[in-house]
Design a binder for this molecule. Structure first.
Ligand SMILES: [Zn+2]
Length: 254
């Protein structure tokens, strides 16, 4: 007689629920690793609490550490010598910071900054580069994430050039809300302008349009999504294109 409590097929490797110090793992790349790779990597992770605007690395920095984002939001920025910057990628608990290491490189080409308070599991960059050679599953997952980030960056570059500020703001709010799992995004206008590569006054006008339409409320340092469906309609098509591509690739990777 079959044992009803036993699953009919071989179970997927049990995900590590926490690191050695009892910190809950939410990062989607770390969850569900095969036991052999989890046993190698998890003891090397250190949970970092990142304050808002904490810089993880600047362009040209040696990547001494890599980070598996566990909560919050990390922005990837393209930075110019005059100090101007624009966001070219967003990383939440689905992702990883330190992609050049996956290709065997050592230096960063972008700035990575905690957009809001975040937690991340830090791992030593040099150790990790070597460990990847023994961890085919994690290497594959990071290659897939790197491809998703490249696609996101390409789309955002086109978006920044072609779409109106209020459409971009709506797209950006949806992307942020998805990654932090909340409809409340704590942000200042100044930072938002930096993210969208536009003037603060333009962000103010764009936020006013979305607020008057009843899609968001916008108070000092905090944006709340009120009508998610309508905000999706107000966003440019970039949001849907990126969502669709990620879903398609995830299906193909199964
Ligand atoms: Zn767009």
């Amino acid at each position: 007689m079959a044992n009803k409590s036993r699953p009919p097929t071989k179970p997927y490797p049990k995900p590590p629920a926490s690191d050695g110090d009892g910190n809950h793992i939410r990062n989607e790349i770390l969850l569900g690793l095969p036991p052999r790779e989890a046993d190698l990597l998890i003891p090397k992770l250190e949970l970092m609490r990142l304050k808002t605007h904490h810089v993880l690395h600047e362009p040209g920095d040696t990547l001494k550490s890599a980070y598996f984002c566990n909560s919050g939001l990390i922005s990837i920025l393209s930075v110019f010598p005059d100090g101007k910057s624009v966001e070219v990628g967003l990383v939440g608990k689905e992702g990883f910071v330190g992609i050049p290491l996956v290709a065997g490189f050592r230096t960063a080409a972008t700035r990575a900054i905690a957009q809001i308070e975040a937690t991340a599991f830090r791992v030593d960059g040099e150790w990790f580069r070597g460990a990847l050679l023994q961890c085919p599953t994690i290497e594959r997952r990071l290659q897939q994430f790197a491809q998703i980030m490249a696609m996101q960056t390409t789309q955002i570059a086109a978006c920044n050039r072609l779409h109106e500020v209020e459409e971009r703001l709506a797209r950006w709010l949806l992307m942020s809300a998805d990654r932090i799992g909340s409809n409340s995004v704590p942000l200042t206008q100044e930072f938002l302008a930096q993210m969208l590569g536009t003037r603060r006054s333009s962000v103010s006008v764009a936020a006013g349009i979305l607020q008057r339409a009843g899609l968001i409320t916008y108070t000092r340092g905090d944006v709340k999504i009120i009508e998610r469906k309508k905000l999706e309609e107000a966003a440019c098509e970039c949001y849907e294109i990126m969502q669709g591509q990620v879903a398609k690739w995830r299906g193909e990777a199964r």
